[in-house]
Design a protein around this ligand. Sequence first.
Ligand SMILES: [Zn+2]
Length: 67
Amino acid sequence: MKHALEFHKDIRQKPAEPGDEWAEFEATGTARAFCSCGFDTGTVATADAVRLGREHHHALKTPAPRE
Ligand SMILES: [Zn+2]
């Protein structure tokens, strides 16, 4: 089984203010970690997604994904 863990932080676009020349994004506080093996945390608090993703990879002795 090949493992390719991905980690996605959820972001949302900040409300634009008059004069803004580009969109700004901010973290929503939730994230999701999922792996090609079927492991999937679903959308959970960012800290939980990071912890669960690391635990998955720790068990596999492979490098943890970057946050
Ligand atoms: Zn996996």
